[in-house]
Write a protein that binds this ligand. Structure first.
Ligand SMILES: Nc1ncnc2c1ncn2[C@@H]1O[C@H](COP(=O)(O)OP(=O)(O)OP(=O)(O)O)[C@@H](O)[C@H]1O
Ligand SMILES: [Mg+2]
Length: 236
């Protein structure tokens, strides 16, 4: 089964009177239950692409189908509903609610789904990412890596069918990074969650079954099996 289908997708922005093409005719589809990564230089359009796939933003042209729902014609609210039902998203810049504690941030997706007895579930998720003792801290009182882990716990909380993670280990040290990677891949193994990761970390990319390389808004390679990626470290 195909969980994500992207056809002829482009994204353009108008800035100072000219058109900036950020994504240029992107095509790919993703099998349910698989793992893949999107790699490419800074500014190549990875975050933009992930946002479109997850229905956070609308494409300029083309069609996106997520879990058999065509996102193109949906309103903002309808897309939010689809996201809440099927999607987990770990943002590159965390996007935690500043006025909510770590625990409350993790509870948000479950609250939106009208679930009950969510506090212990959220607490358990925080414990899994090693933040049980930071549950009542606000984002401003957390380090970057801690915020990233809260973001991870929140993305897990609605048991997503598909998890989009934008540089999920970008702010973490090696040890924490390994733990987080284990959690993410555990979700794939145990719950069959499809993983779509954006990463500069070649070790992480090589753990996925497929690597899509993107450059200047275009797909330049789509490799079904992850080779060892030497000499392609972060291009920041
Ligand atoms: N709202 C916007 N308006 C205009 N240009 C934008 C907008 N959002 C993104 N861009 C441009 O689109 C390009 C792609 O941005 P994107 O964030 O997708 O890159 P990226 O591959 O995720 O980079 P990085 O590895 O640094 O995170 C950039 O050149 C950026 O300046
Ligand atoms: Mg990015």
């Amino acid at each position: 089964m195909i969980i994500l289908d992207i056809q002829n997708v482009s994204k353009t922005y108008q800035s100072t009177g000219r058109t900036l093409t950020v994504l240029d005719n992107i095509n790919f589809s993703v099998e349910s239950g698989t793992t893949m990564s999107i790699v490419g230089p800074s500014g190549s359009g990875k975050t933009t692409l992930l946002g479109l796939c997850a229905g956070l933003d609308r494409s300029s042209t083309g069609s996106i189908q997520l879990h058999n729902v065509k996102l193109d014609d949906l309103s903002e609210d309808q897309r939010a509903q689809v996201r809440n039902q099927y999607v987990g998203f770990i943002f590159q810049n965390f996007q935690l609610m500043p006025t909510l504690t770590a625990l409350e941030n993790v509870m948000v997706p479950m609250e939106l789904r009208g679930e009950r007895k969510i506090k212990p579930i959220a607490m358990d998720l925080l414990e899994k990412v090693g933040l049980a003792d930071r549950a009542h801290h606000y984002p401003a009182q957390l380090s970057g890596g801690e915020q990233q882990r809260v973001s991870l716990a929140r993305a897990f909380s609605n048991k997503p069918r598909i998890l989009f993670a934008d540089e999920p280990t970008g702010s973490l040290d090696a040890e924490t990074s390994e733990k987080v990677i284990d959690l993410i891949f555990g979700l794939n193994k145990e719950a069959g969650t499809t993983l779509v990761l954006v990463t500069h970390d070649n070790d992480l990319a090589s753990k996925t079954k497929r690597i899509i390389r993107i450059k200047g808004g275009k797909i330049v390679a789509d490799e079904p099996q992850a080779p060892t990626l030497k000499g392609e470290e972060s291009q920041h």
